[in-house]
Design a protein around this ligand. Structure first.
Ligand SMILES: NC(=O)c1ccc[n+]([C@@H]2O[C@H](COP(=O)([O-])OP(=O)(O)OC[C@H]3O[C@@H](n4cnc5c(N)ncnc54)[C@H](OP(=O)(O)O)[C@@H]3O)[C@@H](O)[C@H]2O)c1
Length: 328
């Protein structure tokens, strides 16, 4: 574990797992730069901005805002010791796709594309640190053989046919029938493929940074917000029943606090060397989890798919920003 204070950029630090982790990191004396869409709510939850807490208003569903926040940070030219890409959403159960400011399906845009752009832009700041790392919150549902991944349509990006049409696609595999649950699983598969290709690119540039992906397990908070808030609006009774059975009856879930603690542990660990890592908080029995290095699904290990996704995502970002009159 690191004893010294780190300068950490975080997304998804205003609710759930990320909020718990951010509070712990601040309490440990680290410096946080939080990209958040609602700074007022962030202030209520994390406290007023200080020299240890910077809140940058950034809706990850708008690439121009993401780009502007990155520009501001680049202008400061201060080192980043960690980038923690934790923001994520799902709206499972909704039959209608939602779109980002640039007309890109929302789950893909927020969970994957915004994070790829942040890393691409801010890597120069990480190379100023002598001990940088990137931590990405994925999910075991990327894997069609995992407990959660088996329910509903499995994650698969096919040949990325959706990305052929630039924007307006509803599924990355090109299917025209929208499935919000699969879109979420696909976005988490994208997180892992992005991490794989990032490592390849870092190796080519002889930049030795750990890229740590992880899956927290199923986290269903008792509060009315959190990860299942959108799905709850669509199917309140079904979600109530699911939460009761999974959390209270079968005890398949992890608390927000233990997931937050795991995330902080990953940010601070010094024993994970440069390269790709995936750790999964695997369910071992009712109320029992084990957090271990784990194999990703075969599709998430496909280097050629990873390269293709990375390049097409870059192209999509470039096009979207260009049409929004934003220069990269
Ligand atoms: N909960 C689970 O069972 C579970 C399981 C596996 C993986 N995960 C992953 O864990 C991560 C954290 O999830 P969680 O359970 O802590 O969910 P959560 O409580 O809903 O937190 C999600 C975070 O993402 C942020 N976010 C979402 N859309 C955004 C946008 N357009 N712009 C800026 N920020 C945005 C939210 O900001 P606001 O506060 O403004 O809404 C919030 O800070 C996600 O990547 C999720 O995919 C969760």
């Amino acid at each position: 574990m690191r004893a010294t204070s780190m300068r950490i950029l975080m997304t998804g630090a205003t609710s759930g797992i990320g909020l718990d982790a951010a509070r712990r990191l601040l309490a440990e004396g680290h410096e946080l730069i939080v990209l958040c869409r609602d700074p007022e709510r962030a202030t209520q939850r994390l406290g007023e901005a200080t020299d240890k807490l910077q809140l940058l208003q950034t809706d990850l569903a708008d690439l121009t805002e993401v780009h502007e926040s990155c520009r501001r940070l680049l202008r400061l030219n201060q080192e980043l010791d960690a980038m923690v890409l934790n923001a994520g959403l799902q709206y499972a159960g909704d039959k209608r796709p939602r779109f980002s400011a640039q007309g890109i399906e929302l789950t893909f845009a927020v969970n994957h594309l915004s994070h790829q752009h942040i890393v691409n832009q801010l890597l120069p700041l990480m190379t100023l640190s002598n001990n940088g790392r990137i931590v990405i919150t994925a999910s075991e549902v990327h894997n069609p053989t995992s407990g959660g991944g088996r329910v509903g349509k499995p994650a698969s990006l096919g040949s990325l046919h959706g990305l052929n049409n630039e924007r307006g696609f509803v599924m990355v595999d090109g299917s025209t029938s929208f499935d919000a649950d699969k879109a979420y699983k696909d976005s988490k598969l994208c997180n892992l493929l992005f991490a794989r290709q990032l490592v390849t690119k870092l190796n080519q540039n002889q930049t030795a940074i750990p890229v740590i992906t992880w899956s927290p397990g199923l986290v269903i908070p008792r509060s009315s917000d959190g990860f299942f808030r959108y799905s709850r609006q669509i199917n309140p009774l079904g979600q109530l029943l699911f939460a009761f059975v999974a959390r209270d009856l079968l005890r398949l879930t992890v608390s927000v606090e233990s997931a937050g603690e795991l995330l902080v542990g990953l940010i601070s660990r010094d024993d994970l060397g440069p390269g790709f890592h995936y750790l999964n908080n695997t369910l071992k029995g009712p109320g029992q989890h084990q957090f271990l290095d784990t194999q990703t699904s075969p599709e998430a290990s496909d280097q050629s798919l990873a390269k293709d996704l990375f390049e097409r995502s870059d192209e999509l970002i470039r096009m979207a920003l260009k049409e929004s009159n934003t220069e990269i």
